[in-house]
Ligand binder design. Sequence first.
Ligand code: NAG
Length: 501
Amino acid sequence: MFLRRTTILTAQLLRRLLTTTTTTTTTNPISPVNQDHLLSVCTILFQQQNSPESRLHSKLTSTEFQLTHEFFLQVCNTFPYSWRPVYLFFLYTQKTNPTFTHTTVSFNKMLDVIGRSKNIDLFWNVLQDMSRRRVANDKTLLIALRTLGGARELKKCVELFHLMSSNGFEYNVGTLNKVVEAMCEWKLVEEAKYLVLKLREWVRPNEVTYKHLIRGYCDKGNLIEASKIWNLMADEGFKPDIDAVEKMMEIFFKRNEYGEALKLFHTMRFKRMDELGLSTYRLAIKWLCKKGMMSEAQEAYEEMHTRGIQIDNLTLGSVVYGLLTKRRVNEAYKIVNGIDVPDLSVYHGLIKGLLKLRRASEATEVFREMIRRGCEPIMHTYVMLLQGHLGRRGRKGSDPLINFDTIFVGGLVTAGKSKEATKYVERVMNRGLEVPRFDYNKFLHYFSNEEGVFMFEEVGKKLREVGLVDLADILERYGQKMATRDRRRERPPVTEDTNDL
Ligand SMILES: *[C@@H]1O[C@H](CO)[C@@H](O)[C@H](O)[C@H]1NC(C)=O
């Protein structure tokens, strides 16, 4: 990246680059690379990359360095996005050093650089060379498909398999599944499907291949294509893998097509009960509870119980939330009280449900309880509670006592910190009028520092004075627990249900 953007590379810059690459490689005890030699060679490669070959080679020849495998790899590391210096060096090693043999590792490394710098013609040539030399392996295939797929070189993706197999590389459905899985992860699901269809004469896809494609399309939100693959798989007589079933159920639920999702769930229950485990129940129960379909959720829940499947915290959290949305408060509490050690997801279900019933104060009581029981709130807990108390807009109302912005600014001014208050106004209120919602997440992140520790303490005092004890407790705790640098680093990521309170 760095090198691509730079046209003039000074030795100083190179040295900086090199020191960053060495930190990862100095641990290798086998062949320590002389960093001064590496620097000289890389400087020549960079400065002479457009010179005639003879000149470049004579410069390199007159420079002292020891060509080792590791040395070559480090040259590649120095130019991760520039094919030219790397490839020129490769040519040099071929020409002047017949005793030095490249390996699959060094070839793959170079191939990766060429792919990243998007020189497709050279990339293809090197691939052919590697195939002929029989150094291509599974990793080569993955590098090649990421590059060629990303460049929409679909025909070449297919050709590659033929090229490699005509040079003795044997592939089977396992190989195919590995590359299809990787391609779907890189969001190259279209390309992966093309490959599967074009190769089917040579390698027959199986239920795992289809599972990856279904997952790939579901992850892209493409229900139509996912369904097509699903049908194709059924036509070929494959039983859908349980992961594929869950993916399809999930995308149906997400699109609010509950009927379709439940149809799949019930088919599994009637036809393949023995394969039905916790994860599928959890998925179904989560979405049923989300929609308040509590009798269906209950049925699934009881079935799990009958079948001896241990229900987990996540599922319990969903049930608690679902019951609360139906105002079945006592039942929800009964479940929570029946759990020996509730975890974060149970407490979140409870808090989220109570907030939905506009019982912010009760939700804050749960917050205190979870702390007492050693379950530390995370960012998401705070965001939910602040939203519950102050509304999504952060109470930009006219009453200054409960106006979110004046609470903070007012708190600081009262504390004799006008300067900080001004800073706060600049940093937070300057978000402009066009932002309709107060972004609690951003707000808490802004103040997750030493400044925040102090700010939340002062604001907490102020809030307590005016009787807003719940808010005071929430923010003070945040200040104490989340705002120091170390804790911030440990802070778990915001959980997925942040958005749908
Ligand atoms: C819920 O989570 C807690 C804390 O991680 C754990 O000790 C407990 O066993 C879990 N309960 C269930 C039912 O999985």
